[in-house]
Design a protein around this ligand. Structure first.
Ligand code: ADP
Ligand code: MG
Ligand code: ZN
Length: 329
């Protein structure tokens, strides 16, 4: 009697040599707080300079998902206070992201396809890491200022299988374009799942709950299941309005439950405003020309291996499942 409505936010760490706004290296296996400089430490007077490579990789992603590449995009400041962000704000793109209105075709279990609309993909800077060690919390800023591309879908997904299918396709695109490692366990492909339910046939969108902290396909499906169960039970018990709030919840793998992390009443006032330290990001004709010529992706390769080499469906699938195997073949 209920139908499930899901939208995904995926944070992809881009595999650039240097950070988004400074020339610190992005590699992670260094001693804590050594890959830092006045810019990513947010020392007074230090100014950010946009890394071109990030723009190039965003054009590639936008092309792969049939999106509009905005020739002019704008950076915004999102204020929040947390020890892993020395500037007390994040530079992101709220109003005019670099990539908008794309789509991704996913394969369903029954052999058919479904189109999932992509609302946007925007560039933003990652935070550092807080490391909690007994009574002490430590901050490592090596990751601060690493470039992320946040890819936001429309709420077009209807169950855990579709979610996994979407994520696998997006993952494959990132790997084939070689714009990121997209490693879920290492945190270079981080997924926030927005879940709501509604009576079947209803067009309206009901309150969405954002579930964070899930680092495998298996746990994403489980988290969706328990969250849908929680929402539909509340509905059936007539306490949907009281129980289900627009909030961020954490998924607990051990207990297999979601728990409130940030309530609505505590929701930060981000005070977004255009980033005064950066110019608009302009994509030139030359950049478009060069970076919209993307390499062959898994689906095309799959089709070509069948038509050109006479491979069967299954073998073509095995060979194109990872970009490394496909290139080796
Ligand atoms: P925020 O950063 O505040 O979470 P975003 O716009 O980045 O907001 O992402 C919102 C996500 O929630 C999108 O993926 C969108 O598709 C999804 N979403 C919006 N409304 C609903 C809903 N009622 N049910 C499920 N998902 C939703
Ligand atoms: Mg978001
Ligand atoms: Zn730096």
């Amino acid at each position: 009697m209920f139908e499930v409505v899901i939208g995904l936010e995926v944070h992809v760490q881009l595999n650039t040599t240097t950070k988004l706004f400074c020339s610190c290296p992005t590699s992670f296996n260094h001693k804590q707080n050594t890959n830092t400089c006045p810019v990513c430490l947010a020392l007074p007077g230090a100014l950010p300079v946009l890394n071109k490579e990030v723009v190039h990789k965003s054009i590639m992603l936008g092309t792969a998902v049939d999106a509009t590449i905005n020739r002019t995009s704008i950076f915004d400041r999102k204020s929040y206070f947390y020890p892993d962000s020395p500037s007390a704000y994040q530079i992101t793109q709220l109003y005019t992201p670099i990539v908008e209105h794309g789509k991704l075709e996913i394969d369903l279990e029954n052999g058919t396809k479904k189109t999932i609309r992509i609302n946007r993909a925007h560039i933003e800077a990652d935070a550092g890491k807080n490391i909690h060690d007994g009574d002490v919390s430590k901050v490592d800023l090596n990751r601060a200022g690493t470039p992320l591309l946040e890819i936001v879908s429309e709420p077009d997904l209807s169950n855990g299988d579709e979610v996994v299918s979407y994520l696998k396709k997006l993952h494959s695109i990132i790997r084939y374009l070689d714009i990121g490692d997209a490693n879920m366990q290492e945190g270079s492909f981080r997924v926030d799942v927005n879940v709501s339910i509604r009576p079947k046939g209803d067009e309206k969108l009901y309150t969405r709950v954002e579930v964070k902290n899930i680092n495998s396909f298996k746990f994403i499906q489980k988290a969706i299941d328990v969250e849908v169960a929680r929402q539909s039970e509340a509905w059936e018990d007539g306490i949907y309005e009281q129980e289900i709030a627009q909030e961020t919840r954490l998924y607990d793998q051990e207990k297999n439950e979601t728990r409130s992390m940030r309530g609505k009443e505590e929701a930060a006032d981000y005070r977004y405003f255009p980033e005064p330290d950066l110019l608009k990001c302009l994509v030139t004709d030359a950049m478009m020309e060069k970076y919209s010529k993307i390499p062959e992706l898994a689906d095309e390769k799959h089709a070509r291996f069948i038509s050109e080499y006479g491979m069967n469906e299954y073998n073509a699938g095995v060979v194109t499942a990872s970009v490394e195997t496909a290139h080796f073949f």
